[in-house]
Design a protein around this ligand. Structure first.
Ligand SMILES: NC(=O)c1ccc[n+]([C@@H]2O[C@H](COP(=O)([O-])OP(=O)(O)OC[C@H]3O[C@@H](n4cnc5c(N)ncnc54)[C@H](OP(=O)(O)O)[C@@H]3O)[C@@H](O)[C@H]2O)c1
Length: 258
């Protein structure tokens, strides 16, 4: 039986990954800060699917968090076959006016924890010549987004980093996939402090289950990148190829202004 470690498994897309993988008889390691939610999910999945589920309660913005997570898996004798770096958050608003500490924490979670966890688990996968890593980015990765400046930049990092790793690791039998969902029905928008009026503008919103299905299918195919969501999401990811960057970012500034 294989084992998947999922960060941000207490809700949204991470929880949907946990449910889908559990149904496929994959043992799980669930990581997030909300102990009660994680324990409840673990119990539910253990009972329903008779799998092993470990819980690691961790704030991944803490220094050495990835190291601590790795050490727990090691002390439990767990081999991680699939790492899903899913935990992340956004912050809507004018960068100069938003809380600075929150911007730094976003970089710590969306980028640093993801790089660090990847670096903890990847060498072992290469030694075994098997394993997979899914990094959750966003369609926000494909262009700068005013009023989501740090978030879009953090997801651009994840996209670029993951595509490089995909190419570096194919020869070692390790799959790297970057998932780029469009708008998805989770707590993301509330957490990011999006104004109500704004979330109403989103035309097509996917379910976390749709994102997970698209992502796991792409992993099976050995793709480097998967964009899930509406046709519009797929168009958005290609706009920067055809529209001059200044024009595009000016249009987006108007679009994303509250
Ligand atoms: N929803 C969308 O429209 C959308 C679109 C594209 C990409 N994404 C990406 O999808 C991923 C999952 O987001 P979601 O939409 O499922 O949002 P969500 O429902 O808010 O889930 C975020 C998850 O991250 C965890 N998390 C947040 N801060 C953490 C920290 N400091 N340490 C450890 N875990 C932390 C949360 O758990 P705790 O609070 O328990 O720690 C939660 O499990 C994110 O990377 C997001 O950027 C979302």
């Amino acid at each position: 039986m294989s084992t998947a470690l999922i960060t941000g498994a207490s809700g949204g897309i991470g929880k949907a990954f946990a449910q889908k993988l559990a149904a496929r008889q994959t043992n799980l390691v669930l990581v997030a800060r909300s102990e009660e939610k994680l324990n409840q999910l673990a119990q539910e999945l253990q009972e329903k699917y008779k799998i092993r589920v470990d819980v690691i309660v961790k704030d991944l913005t803490e220094t050495n968090a990835a190291n601590a997570v790795f050490d727990v898996t090691k002390s439990q004798g767990l081999t991680i076959d699939l790492l899903i770096n899913n935990a992340g958050f956004g912050d809507y608003g004018d960068f100069a006016e938003r809380d600075g500490e929150r911007q730094v924490k976003m970089v710590q979670l969306n980028i640093l924890a993801l790089v660090d966890l990847t670096h903890q688990f990847l060498p072992l996968m290469r030694q075994r010549r098997s394993g997979s890593i899914i990094n959750v980015s966003s369609i926000a990765a494909f262009q700068p987004i005013p009023y989501l400046s740090v978030y879009a930049a953090s997801k651009a990092f994840v996209l670029s980093f993951s595509e490089s790793l995909w190419a570096e690791n194919r020869q070692y039998g390790v799959r790297i996939l970057v998932a780029c969902p469009g708008p998805t029905e989770t707590d993301f928008f509330t957490e990011a402090d999006f104004p109500q009026s704004f979330t109403g503008k989103t035309s097509k919103i996917s379910t976390p289950e749709e994102v997970v299905n698209d992502t796991l299918n792409a992993l099976e195919r050995g793709d480097s990148t998967v964009v899930s969501g509406s046709f519009l999401s797929k168009i958005i990811t290609n706009l920067s190829r055809f529209v001059p960057r200044e024009t595009l970012v000016s249009i987006l500034e108007k679009q994303f202004k509250a």
